[in-house]
Design a protein around this ligand. Sequence first.
Ligand code: ADP
Ligand code: MG
Length: 319
Amino acid sequence: LNGEFDLIARYFARPAPAGVTGVGDDCALFGVEPGNQVATSTDLLVEGRHFFSDVDPRALGHKALAVNLSDLAAMGARPLGCLLGLSLPSVNHGWLQSFAEGFHALAARSGCPLIGGDTTRSASGIVISVTVFGQVEAGKAMLRSAALPGDDIWVTGTLGAADVALRLLQGSLPEDEHLLRKVRGALEMPEPPLSFAQGLVGLAHAALDISDGLAQDLGHILDESGCGALLRYDELPRDPALQCLDPDLVRQAVLAGGDVYQLCFTATVDRRAAIEALARDARVCATRVGEIQAGSGLRVVDAQGVRIPLEVAGYDHFS
Ligand code: ADP
Ligand code: MG
């Protein structure tokens, strides 16, 4: 192997789909169907900040793309392709092989081929930058500003596991191999609900992914839409592995825990049956957890309707 070009050829160049010019030219070329807009988003992952140095490189390759696909899902966009910027302090072939396998496996499965990028040496630490491109029917993307009073609030998947995994790995929770085995996948191998999200276009109003925690991210919808919301804590879908944990910790993980590459979205009450059918078809768990209200601010209540202060959920630590 000699240098950057061999490295790109070996690990990152893959045949591009018909009609697409991929790795190898100065720019990648791809088209969008008439009547569609390009949706694009980029995320940086910095060693020591967004991932542990000893993380499984295959999982890291998967997650680097997954966190970006999650942004496409949040808008209801269909993936078209992605770019990978990689800055490495040194070349470790075993690491690159596994990283590329994890990346390409998810790229293939989600119809988001790697069509270009940049590879450089870094002074210290690994930096990964992924940019995704998708398409969504013009004017139909699910915006944060589109929630309306009376809308149901929905959440896909389950909450809390990624946060608990992070705490276990950071050592801020006592070591528990058994629990870590159950929650680790949520942190390291997230699966954003891409096809379900595309089906939501035209059914849902506002949507976003829960990368910064439900309370904070739902807050963005409320701010942008000029609404308030009621969240029923007992109806929030929580990861079953959390059952063994202290209720205060669970509350914190469920309401404030980030790294959840699932969706929070709003839709009118008359869309319930259609959304449930869509979720069944896409094999996604979609749960109604509250409602958008006139006014402002987020209120979380327990099963008796008693308000749960957000500080109790540890929300303040994250704001
Ligand atoms: P340029 O000098 O024009 O920037 P590069 O030498 O950086 O080109 O890259 C050569 C080709 O390889 C380009 O098509 C670029 O998009 C692609 N490429 C570089 N790094 C990566 C990467 N990490 N993943 C995918 N494609 C890459
Ligand atoms: Mg370059």
